[in-house]
Design a protein around this ligand. Structure first.
Ligand code: M6R
Length: 359
């Protein structure tokens, strides 16, 4: 039930800190050890490469998963859009392991790939919000998102839950494989920090509402830019804005702007820069200067430790691999308020269905 909320989307954005806390209880025992079935871990460890297959927002959660599995578990990982992968399969490694990310567990594009990899005899895991969904039943293993029903067409809490579950799994795999980065990563503590940071962001929703009103309410187009893990967030943030507010929005790797896209920047074009990655922060800052020089209205979404006076949205610091969980929250809110201010049906954008059961 929506309760006091005008829309499910805002309710579901607000629920994200609670979902992080719920995952920290569901996936850990009383001693703080991660609870994931041994057979699943063995099956992944026996493989030589992870293939993440998903659509839409779940694909974007997969992009972050790629960072997590490679950095924490040192397992080579590829991420693919299911509607492409199924009809144009790349050469596979010798022992692939497939991860299907799907909120609904019913996405036809992803299912057609699972049918094929099952025929090929490859092991698989579905990470989903819906127990007993089709992709859950047909995969070898399932991990649940525990996010509660997601009603709004725009996925918000399922996206952050997917990233959190990937992080828990990557940590566990890395620990078992003796990877330093995983041993040093206290995921239970880090998820608690993320929950608090998300709470800070949802508590600042009225400032974000004002930024939407000032920068996005009447614009024709908009850009999100970022590098590295912030580029992953930029494409998810762009999808969120375009699907609910119908503003033509693209997410770009900041460094690519000068290779073409910067031609689109005019007086007043909104450019939203995400800066949470220490290694690339200075580079994205200089890209921000370049678009300002061409008249862009810039909004910066920046981790506190990297922030300057003049940044519009400052995020509490969390572990560098988990910043996408926090930086997406203001972007979700910008999308929500832009849609609402334009008078659209926030929870049911035109032409879209919650669960896409056709290929
Ligand atoms: O249920 P799934 O996670 O498989 O759905 C995949 C996409 O259809 C879904 O994420 C879609 O992109 C959302 N509307 C994005 O907000």
């Amino acid at each position: 039930e929506k309760g006091a909320y005008e829309h499910y989307m805002l309710k579901e954005i607000d629920e994200q800190p609670a979902v992080m806390r719920k995952l920290a209880t569901e996936y850990f025992d009383e001693n703080g050890n991660i609870k994931i079935e041994a057979d699943l871990l063995k099956a992944i460890e026996a493989s030589d490469r992870i293939y993440i297959v998903a659509a839409g927002t779940s694909y974007h959660a997969g992009l972050v998963g790629h960072e997590l599995f490679e950095k924490l578990a040192k397992i080579p990982t590829e991420v693919h859009v299911s509607s492409e992968f199924g009809y144009n399969m790349p050469l596979l490694s010798e022992k692939p392991f497939f991860i299907y990310l799907t909120q609904s567990g019913e996405t036809a594009d992803s299912r057609q790939v699972l049918v094929q990899t099952n025929e090929m005899g490859y092991p698989s895991l579905t990470i989903t919000n819906v127990p007993n969904s089709t992709l859950s039943r047909e995969a070898s293993y399932t991990l649940l998102l525990h996010a509660g029903p997601e009603i709004a067409v725009a996925s918000t809490k399922a996206y952050t839950a997917q990233i959190a579950v990937e992080a828990i799994l990557a940590k566990k795999l890395g620990e078992e494989r003796g990877i330093e980065a995983a041993k040093d990563f206290d995921i239970h503590l880090e998820l608690a920090k993320v929950a608090n940071a998300m709470q800070t962001m949802v508590d600042e929703k009225h400032e974000i509402e004002e930024l939407a009103e000032k920068n996005l309410k009447t614009t024709r187009n908009a850009f999100y830019i970022g590098r590295s893990i912030d580029y992953d967030t930029a494409i998810e943030a762009a999808l969120k804005l375009k699907e609910v507010s119908y503003v033509q929005t693209e997410g770009f790797a900041s460094g690519e702007l000068k290779h073409g896209t910067i031609a689109l920047i005019e007086e007043g074009t909104p450019v939203i820069a995400i800066i949470t990655d220490e290694k690339t922060a200075a580079h994205t800052r200089s890209n921000v200067q370049e678009v300002i020089a061409r008249g862009a209205n810039v909004i910066t979404i920046v981790s506190r430790s990297l922030s300057n006076a003049g940044d519009q949205i400052v995020l509490p610091d969390v572990h560098p691999l988990l910043t996408p969980l926090v930086s997406i929250v203001p972007a979700q809110l910008l999308a929500y308020y832009t849609s609402k201010q334009r008078g659209y049906d926030v929870d049911k954008p035109r032409n879209l269905a919650k669960s896409v059961t056709v290929e």
